[in-house]
Design a protein around this ligand. Structure first.
Ligand code: PEP
Length: 253
């Protein structure tokens, strides 16, 4: 059975103290009332990782970075390498988020370097894909997602898939309050799973977790997670409130 996962992307929010407080609250609620069948991942900003990592019960709450450098080490001012993330205890790194693609011009060449460095440095990867509104309205979303995946994670050998989680995040639903309908989410997740099957076979397709991201909240998570090919969520805004985040964790039937 593939894993059910809810991951919270804090983005560029919270001072260190606020991040510590949020992590303590999430950790407490995770122990007290979160569904034990769901893996919980939090992705605080870089500077929080070390402190937050010490506060959470690592058997219950896993730690992710939101990004990593596209180089192993050296003169890259301001960058943080995959090895550094591993050294402060990160388990995962998010790669390919639409905000990184759009605002920092991360193309598939850069994303591939990051994926490789993350895997080489013992990090698991949460890899995001998704179309923008124009692409959806012109019915190009299937083609766009296929290209995003074919040129990146589908170039990896099968063996790496133990360390890969995919996230479908329609850009038009991120931070906008507009959520993909449960049918739209299922349609794309099923499509992504069929692409994994084409590339790697049915077994791997059935074992790979595919998360939905885009304005997911406790009020809509149940309907989205009820779909056969939706294995959880990558959560932005609602991950900043411990009760809401754990509410989403508890949204599987
Ligand atoms: C995200 O950025 O990954 C995301 C899903 O954000 P939000 O939940 O705020 O739409």
């Amino acid at each position: 059975m593939r894993k059910k996962i809810v991951a919270g992307n804090w983005k560029m929010n919270n001072t260190l103290q606020e991040g510590i407080d949020l992590a303590i609250d999430i950790n407490k609620l995770a122990a007290e009332k979160a569904d034990k069948n769901v893996d919980i991942i939090i992705a605080p900003p870089y500077i929080h990782l070390s402190e937050v990592g010490k506060l959470i019960d690592r058997d219950r709450v896993l730690l992710s970075a939101q990004n990593c450098a596209a180089e192993q080490k050296g003169a890259f001012t301001g960058e943080v390498s995959a090895e550094m993330l591993w050294s402060v205890g990160a388990d995962y790194v998010i790669i390919g988020h639409s905000e990184r693609r759009a605002y920092y011009h991360e193309d598939n060449t850069i994303l591939n370097k990051k994926i490789k460095l993350a895997l080489d440095n013992n990090l698991k990867v949460i890899f995001c894909c998704g179309e923008n509104l124009e692409q959806r309205e012109s019915n190009k979303h299937f083609e766009v997602i296929k290209k995003q995946l074919s040129e990146t994670v589908f170039t990896l050998a099968k063996e790496y898939y133990d360390s890969i989680i995919l996230a479908y995040e329609p850009i038009w639903a991120i931070g906008t309050g507009k959520t993909a309908s449960p049918e739209q989410a299922q349609e794309i997740h099923k499509f992504i799973r069929s692409l994994i099957a084409e590339n790697y076979g049915d077994n791997l397709a059935n074992e790979t977790s595919i998360l939905y991201g885009g304005s997911c909240k406790p009020s809509n998570a149940k309907q989205i997670f009820a779909n056969a090919d939706v294995d959880g969520g990558l959560i932005g805004g609602a991950a900043l409130k411990a009760e809401d985040f754990i509410g989403i964790v508890n949204s599987f039937k």
